[in-house]
Design a protein around this ligand. Structure first.
Ligand SMILES: *Cc1c(COP(=O)(O)O)cnc(C)c1O
Length: 227
């Protein structure tokens, strides 16, 4: 694990430096879906400080088993509004908000815990029918609607490109997301300050880093192929 971790960190570091970005501007979210609690604990002992989970039930089991571990929990999967209460209890950042209804539920639940829930908006840049994420032309309205909610805070944008056999093919998608973030910032919506771009996975994280990713979500390269 240590060697693999070091190698991934180095690749992130190199990709940042090569594109003129400070390496500390890019943080690794270790994607631990399907990975058992003991391996998650091992990864944390090797310096992983953010883990990403995709399924609420699976995350709850690990979250309970790993109470007190110095790690921040992120949710990266599709979240149903009726699971908002579990999500708010566990996650420091939810990457995958794509509707006002979900944001409103999160805000309502967060209020009960006197928490401000940090979220990202998942954008479907490539407009594949099957992918979750909001269409690009609806993002601005969604963010301004959400900005009126008292207990959620939009921190940035997230996207998942279609599966490509070649990492460079993801580049236009990543570039597009970065540009969209800038365009939204230019609108100067009160209380909205987007700092995060969650993009890049095992197959294309270096390309994402060179296009401005601040959070890369890496599973397979760290933990091996999932069942
Ligand atoms: C599973 C998953 C990842 C990690 O993908 P790898 O290719 O294993 O690195 C990243 N982001 C999301 C949203 C995922 O569901």
């Amino acid at each position: 694990m240590k060697q693999v971790m070091d190698e991934i960190r180095q690749r992130i570091h190199h990709a940042a430096v090569a594109s003129g970005r400070p390496p500390e501007a890019v943080r690794l979210v270790a994607v631990t879906k399907t990975v058992g609690a003991d391996r998650v604990a091992d990864a944390v002992s090797q310096g992983v400080d953010m883990v990403g989970e995709s399924y609420i039930q699976e995350a709850r089991e690990k979250f309970d088993a790993l109470q007190g571990l110095p790690v921040s929990w992120h949710f990266i999967g599709h979240l149903q509004s009726n699971k908002a209460k579990y999500a708010v209890r566990m996650f420091d950042l939810i990457h995958s908000v794509d509707s006002f209804k979900l944001a409103r539920e999160l805000s309502r639940e967060a209020e009960k815990y006197s928490k401000i829930q940090d979220i990202l908006i998942q954008v479907n840049i490539s407009q594949e029918e099957t992918k979750s994420g909001i269409k690009e032309n609806a993002v601005l309205d969604l963010i301004s609607d959400i900005s009126a909610l008292s207990h959620v805070r939009v921190m940035g944008l997230m996207t998942i490109p279609p599966f490509f056999d070649e990492p460079e093919k993801s580049r236009p998608v990543f570039r597009h997301l970065a540009k969209l973030k800038d365009q939204i910032m230019e609108k100067g919506i009160s209380g909205v300050h987007l700092t995060e771009l969650s993009m890049g996975m095992t197959g294309d994280f270096e390309v994402a880093v060179s296009e401005g990713a601040t959070l890369v979500r890496i599973g397979t390269a760290l933990f091996g192929t999932r069942q």
